[in-house]
Write a protein that binds this ligand. Structure first.
Ligand SMILES: C[S@@+](CC[C@H](N)C(=O)[O-])C[C@H]1O[C@@H](n2cnc3c(N)ncnc32)[C@H](O)[C@@H]1O
Length: 221
């Protein structure tokens, strides 16, 4: 039987069943300030259509819905998260502004060239093939569309670590990498974005927050 920490970690990767529902709500609390910072940093144009890949509980889409009048879509490979996204955003769903569907990052249930902005918040660590996922996001963005990738755990935290980052944080990052998660530096993340066909990649960081908040964004030419 899994220990509580193991259950928690497994459900951050893919929320399932009752523990998944609880973790979905936890994530929406834990990631709210990170998401607000990232949306301010990336910039959401007022009528932009927005896709959120690995949308979790739909918290970010709720925040985005107050910044744009455009169409919104969440994709997640967890049915529990798709259901939470629909429930949390029921007014936008009823107004036919928001949809959510089951899908994986490397096979999005979306047409080519169909969104102005695509977000991937606290999810790319888990993608089995990050390069393929970013190429897929490139496919569904319109020319001129923007991708924003956001993480709260990055190698940026190790450049000038706080005491907690130097002690607990370093070990947590090593353990996460050993378990197969991808923990990126800003340069590595921008390298992935460039290789997927994006232009003009930029990044911002709050290295002292959590394990190194990092937001990178780029444009589809
Ligand atoms: C840590 S949660 C973050 C959720 C949400 N973006 C947030 O910030 O609260 C990671 C989410 O990504 C989803 N996910 C992970 N890998 C995925 C993949 N390859 N394709 C689709 N969804 C994925 C998980 O199901 C989970 O809901």
């Amino acid at each position: 039987m899994k220990q509580p920490l193991g259950v928690l970690e497994a459900n951050f990767l893919k929320p399932v069943g009752l523990p998944g529902k609880v973790v979905g709500h936890l994530m929406s609390v834990q990631h709210r300030s990170l998401t607000g910072w990232a949306l301010d940093t990336i910039g959401i144009p007022p009528a932009a259509s927005v896709l959120d890949v690995g949308c979790g509980s739909g918290m970010a889409l709720g925040m985005v819905s107050r910044r744009t009048s455009g169409r919104l879509m969440g994709v997640d490979y967890s049915d529990v998260m798709v259901a939470q996204t629909l429930r949390r955003n029921r007014a936008a769903v009823q107004a036919t502004r928001l949809r959510a569907a089951n899908g994986t990052a490397d096979r999005l249930p979306c047409d080519d060239n169909s969104f102005d902005v695509a977000l991937a918040i606290e999810t790319v660590y888990f993608w089995p093939d990050l390069a393929a996922g970013l190429r897929e996001v490139h496919r569904v963005l319109r020319p001129g569309g923007r991708i924003g990738v956001v993480v709260e755990m990055s190698k940026e935290s190790m450049l000038s670590p706080t005491l907690v980052q130097r002690t607990v944080g370093r070990r947590f990052i090593e353990r996460s990498e050993a378990s197969g998660m991808t923990i990126l530096s800003a340069d590595a993340l921008c390298g992935y974005l460039n290789d997927a066909g994006f232009d003009d990649s930029r990044w911002a960081t709050r290295p002292e927050r959590s394990l190194g908040w990092l937001c990178a964004w780029a444009t589809k030419p």
